[in-house]
Ligand binder design. Structure first.
Ligand code: KIV
Ligand code: ZN
Length: 516
């Protein structure tokens, strides 16, 4: 093993899926996993099999289809969890079981009500048990950064003796600061006698906005695996963002020396877009590396500087992370070949079925909008890839509204084979549409957030709508695009309803099992 190689462990499909509002079905997870493979991640944590049949199925499916990366399933330190993880990973080419148990005083006292000795024994027994099933075992002492250092070192030493090949040090609640977290890693490398028998990993949450900084401090002090997520998704404030740790290591050779990752950075932008489409969670515009503003220069002095010499204000070349500016590419008369050729150039690999559907949408769009840009194509394809298993499909709609008129919407939907035709009024045309959809689908949604933005410039630009809706206790995000913003809004709202119904089904299958 090259001592300068930093293993990139992506947990978008597990910790990332724990982002409030994000929920992915098996197909969606598989699509993201294929893209992560193209991106070059070394390990994909595909789920937590014990928590639901859906998660078990997702880990199994990802393991069955992907050949290059290690596929990992999470398990608590119990036989049932490890058995389920193994069941999910049995047909994976390179399976890894990731066992975790909390070690900090706070967790021992209040959550687990267990003494140190019992925690140590349970950890060792669980690793030994998992090791009988697969040879690649990762152990995480949860809340490691708030664990007494001597106890943490003892747990690390014993789980390595028991067979752990990777020891992950989680900053579970994002409490650590870089100097302190780096020192913890250094302490472990210096005091644990058998530390060279395992890879040390960092898993940093972003509660203080330090997830990336802590991960980088960890590698500078001996860690060789970073656990991270695309767009920094994850529980609460999220995890360290993959694109940020990778680009920091790439850009700052003066600090990181010969350290490198296997990530193909030109795939970063596309991966980010796919994940935001499928989870429904858009990164903020000023998000580093992949945010919309990451490469735009607003101030005149900056624009002038960049024109004279790019490096004056731009440290990363946009194309190096796969960011492409607006480019007029196709129009109404473009054929299927030109369409599929341009998609290939943009790096999209579609199945014949996906290509046919995307081409139909392209033709519909080209009828309404003569100039089609790369961003339009990306939106069409990502919409195609992002389609959730939809119970309800939009067939038609009509909306009337005006001064002194009560807004009225009529929407025709398909529910399996059945056609529904429902009408409702509302406070405005969009509200009337949303109320009609609630009535048709038998749900009651409360709109928390609603945004419409243009994908490209021009009056005929494709509009993208995003809605955040509260259904009972769930907050769900939905997205849709069309040249007609009312249609985009209806699609977005329906996307949220379909996601909510899917999630409700998934939760039903959990049979009382809880996610951590
Ligand atoms: O944040 C955390 O501690 C985790 C562990 C399961 C690694 O996600
Ligand atoms: Zn975590």
């Amino acid at each position: 093993m090259n001592k300068n190689k930093i293993i990139i462990f992506d947990t978008t499909l597990r910790d990332g899926e724990q982002t409030p509002g994000a929920s992915l079905n098996v197909n969606e997870k598989l699509k993201i996993a294929f893209q992560l493979e193209r991106l070059g991640v070394d390990v994909i944590e595909a789920g937590f099999p014990r928590t639901s049949p859906g998660d078990l199925e997702a880990v199994k499916t990802v393991g069955k289809h992907l050949k290059k990366p290690v596929i990992c399933g999470l398990a608590r330190a119990t036989k049932q969890d490890i058995d389920d993880a193994y069941k999910a990973l049995k047909s994976a080419k390179k399976p890894r079981i990731h066992v975790f148990l909390a070690t900090s005083k706070i967790h021992r006292q209040y959550k687990l009500k267990k003494a140190k000795e019992e925690i140590l024994k349970t950890s060792v027994d669980a690793v030994k048990y998992a090791r009988k099933k697969v040879s690649d075992i990762e152990f995480s002492p949860e809340d490691a950064s708030r664990t007494e250092l001597d106890f943490l070192a003892k747990v690390v030493e014993e789980v390595i003796k028991a067979g752990a090949t990777t020891v992950n040090i989680p900053d579970t609640v994002g409490y650590a600061v870089p100097q302190e977290f780096g020192s913890t890693i250094k302490y472990l490398t210096e005091t644990v006698p058998n530390i060279n028998k395992a890879v040390i990993s960092a898993h940093c949450h972003n509660d203080l906005g330090l997830g990336v900084s802590n991960s980088l401090a960890a590698v500078l002090n001996g860690a060789r695996q970073i656990e991270c997520t695309i767009n920094g998704l994850g529980e609460r404030a999220g995890n360290a963002a993959l694109e940020e740790v990778v680009m920091a290591i790439n850009m700052r050779k003066d600090i990181f020396g010969k350290m490198s990752t296997n990530i193909k950075t030109k795939e970063l932008y596309k991966t980010s877009k796919l994940v935001s489409k499928l989870t429904g969670i858009m990164p903020q515009p000023n998000k580093a590396i992949i945010g919309e503003n990451a490469f735009s220069h607003e101030a005149g002095i900056h624009q002038d500087g960049v024109m004279k010499k790019r490096v004056t204000y731009e440290i990363i070349r946009p194309q190096d992370v796969g960011f492409k500016g607006s480019k007029l590419v196709l129009g109404k008369l473009s054929g299927r070949h030109a369409f599929s050729q341009r998609l290939k150039e943009l790096g999209y690999e579609l199945t014949d079925r996906e290509l046919n559907q995307a081409f139909t949408r392209f033709k519909e769009l080209a009828d309404k909008k003569p100039k089609i840009f790369d961003e339009d194509l990306a939106t069409i394809v990502e919409d195609e890839l992002a389609t959730v298993t939809e119970r309800y499909k939009l067939l038609n709609f009509q909306v009337t509204s005006g001064k002194n008129l009560k807004p009225l919407a009529t929407i025709e939907l398909k529910d399996g084979r059945e056609k529904l035709n429902v009408t409702a009024t509302g406070d405005g045309p969009i509200d009337a549409c949303f109320k009609t959809l609630d009535k048709a689908c038998g749900v009651k949604g409360r709109l928390i957030d609603y945004k419409v933005s243009a994908v490209t410039s021009g009056k005929d630009a494709l509009g993208e709508a995003s809605v955040k809706i509260k259904f009972k206790d769930s907050v769900i995000i939905g997205r849709g695009s069309s040249t007609d913003v009312i249609e985009a809004s209806i699609i977005a709202y329906m996307n949220a309803i379909n996601r909510f119904l899917l999630r409700a089904e998934k939760l039903k299958g959990k049979k009382g099992k809880k996610k951590k």
